[in-house]
Design a protein around this ligand. Structure first.
Ligand code: UDP
Ligand code: MG
Length: 332
């Protein structure tokens, strides 16, 4: 990799562009990420900052971040007290970024820094939200591709906001969008949906998503399922309403069934021996009720999370922020 010389402690006053990157065990690619992003941003000739949020990494990511900050004060670091998850890391990054255009991207180089100037060009055209859509997902398993694509299509169908298909967190947001986002302090956060919910002029560009060159994905199947459930429950009541629909459907069906049985029994007294049917019906309805208890539980648990109003993350250390990296008082 080309070694570029970084100006030591270059001025960081009022950056126009902020890059927000969540970091969780990314020691293998982090330095290359910082250098490539800085290289790309320097060609644009605008003041910029990198706000990198260390989400409780257990490897040497934090050392690398310290080193990068010492070499270039435009690299700012927020260090969480533990792993709070990607959505919390993104929120912290947005809370602390002070640019007029804020670009969120993964720090594993799967979102190529070279796409950033294209996002900025769209912003200059007057769009307030520019999301990057994946044209290609190199190096992903077929399982991830199929489930991801099914999820995006499902959420498009059942919610009343149109989350663009095949977008990740990689996007550019105008200050206005970010201000709106950071005023939304919900605990269960599905940022890619929330940023669309905010509104303003939105557009997308497509890019080829690279394969992860080193390290491994932090998203296990169970984390993906959680995120998918957060996305669905944050934006749709349909799972709850399904219980009502199904209830009505079964009620009508059982009335028809009852009538049929009454009629048949009055003409043929021996017609209906119902034991097995009764058992099957009871089991069926019992399991449907359990499923919907579970659905209600998903919503209830999230409501419980919200009413506790815990802070979304805890900052152990912040480097490069004049105010010590504390979010303003109105943001818990
Ligand atoms: N990440 C994070 N906290 C977590 C998990 C992931 O900050 O608990 C970051 C990670 O460092 C990366 C981004 O989120 O920058 C996306 O993670 P990953 O590459 O593992 O996801 P994938 O690209 O496989 O969907
Ligand atoms: Mg990745």
């Amino acid at each position: 990799m080309k070694d570029i010389t970084l100006p030591n402690n270059a001025p960081s006053a009022s950056p126009l562009l902020s890059i927000v990157g969540p970091v969780y065990n990314e020691e293998a690619l982090l330095e290359e990420f910082c250098l490539r992003v800085i290289e790309v941003l320097e060609t644009l000739g605008e003041p910029f900052e990198l706000v990198l949020v260390n989400d409780g990494s257990r490897d040497h990511s934090l050392d690398i971040l310290h080193r990068m900050h010492a070499r270039d004060s435009r690299v700012k670091v927020i260090n969480f007290s533990r792993n709070f998850g990607l959505q919390a890391a993104l929120t912290a990054g947005l809370d602390h970024a002070c640019g007029q255009a804020i670009i969120v991207m993964d720090t594993d180089l799967q979102d190529p820094p070279e796409v950033v100037p294209r996002l900025i060009a769209k912003w200059r055209e007057g769009y307030q939200l520019v999301y990057a859509q994946r044209a290609e997902r190199a190096g992903e398993t077929w399982f991830k591709k199929v489930t991801a694509s099914a999820f995006y299509r499902l959420i498009d169908k059942i919610t009343n906001i149109n989350i663009p298909v095949d977008t990740g967190e990689f996007r550019l947001m105008d200050r206005k969008v970010v201000d709106a986002l950071i005023s939304m302090r919900e605990y269960n956060r599905f940022m890619r949906g929330m940023s669309v919910w905010v509104g303003y002029r939105q557009t997308g560009i497509t890019y080829e998503r690279d394969a992860r060159k080193a390290g491994e994905t932090k998203f296990s199947l169970s984390k993906m399922v959680r995120l998918a459930l957060d996305g669905i429950t944050s934006f749709s009541y349909l799972p709850l309403q399904l219980a009502t629909y199904l209830g009505f459907f079964v009620a009508v069906l059982s009335l028809v069934f009852l009538l049929a049985v009454l009629l048949l029994r009055s003409f043929f007294p021996d017609f209906f021996y119902g034991q097995a049917t009764t058992l099957a019906m009871v089991l069926f309805l019992g399991s449907v009720q359990l499923i919907f208890l579970g659905v209600i539980g998903e919503y209830l648990g999230r409501i419980y999370d919200e009413v506790k109003r815990r802070p979304l993350y805890i900052v152990a250390e912040a480097l490069g922020f004049e105010d010590g990296g504390q979010p303003p008082a109105d943001r818990p």
